[in-house]
Write a protein that binds this ligand. Structure first.
Ligand SMILES: [Zn+2]
Length: 159
C-alpha cells in the first residue's frame, strides 16, 4: 500500500482534534501516532467519545501516544481525574483492543503486517515496507528515507 502524504496525515489529525478537543487538552508527553495506525486511532477516539458522559469528558485526555515494541501504546488521564473505575476499565479495554490490532498492521501504511525485529528495532510492517528498507523508511510519501546518517546529523545539529 502507498505511504500517506504528510499533508493528508496532518489534515486528518487536525480533524480529529477538532472533533474531540477535550481529548487533546491537558498535561501530556509526546502524542505521536504512526501514519499506518491513524485509522485505528481515529476509531479509538470515536469509541471513547461515545462512551463518556459530558461530565466524564472533563476527566479524560491523552497523556502519551507512541509506538513501543512494535505496537501502539496510548496512556490517558483517568484515576487522577476521578473518572469512575468502571469507565477507566471500559476505556482501557478499547485501547487494549487497538494495541492488539496495531500488532497486525504496518505502521507505515496500515496494510496487514507482522512483527519484525531488525537490529533491535522492533516494529510491525508489511512485506513491502519491510523489504524495501530493513529499518529506516520514510513515514510519508515523497519524502526521503531517514537514513541513520541523517538522523545523527540532525541530532548533532540540534544539540
Ligand atoms: Zn506497509
Amino acid at each position: 500500500m502507498e505511504l500517506m502524504q504528510r499533508a493528508d496525515y496532518e489534515r486528518r489529525l487536525e480533524e480529529l482534534k477538532r472533533r474531540f478537543p477535550y481529548q487533546w487538552e491537558g498535561d501530556h508527553l509526546d502524542l505521536y501516532i504512526e501514519p499506518g495506525w491513524l485509522t485505528l486511532f481515529e476509531e479509538v477516539c470515536s469509541e471513547i467519545d461515545a462512551l463518556l458522559s459530558q461530565e466524564e469528558k472533563k476527566g479524560f485526555h491523552w497523556r502519551q501516544i507512541k509506538e513501543k515494541f512494535g505496537k501502539l501504546r496510548a496512556y490517558f488521564s483517568g484515576r487522577e481525574t476521578n473518572l469512575p473505575e468502571v469507565t477507566v476499565k471500559k476505556i482501557t479495554s478499547i485501547i487494549d483492543k487497538a494495541e492488539e490490532k496495531s500488532g497486525e498492521a504496518c505502521l507505515f501504511c496500515g496494510a496487514p503486517g507482522s512483527f519484525r525485529n531488525t537490529c533491535g528495532w522492533m516494529h510491525t510492517a508489511c512485506d513491502e515496507h519491510f523489504q524495501r528498507d530493513r529499518s529506516l523508511l520514510p513515514r510519508f510519501a515523497g519524502e526521503q528515507p531517514r537514513t541513520l546518517e541523517k538522523i545523527l546529523r540532525d541530532h548533532w545539529h540540534n544539540s
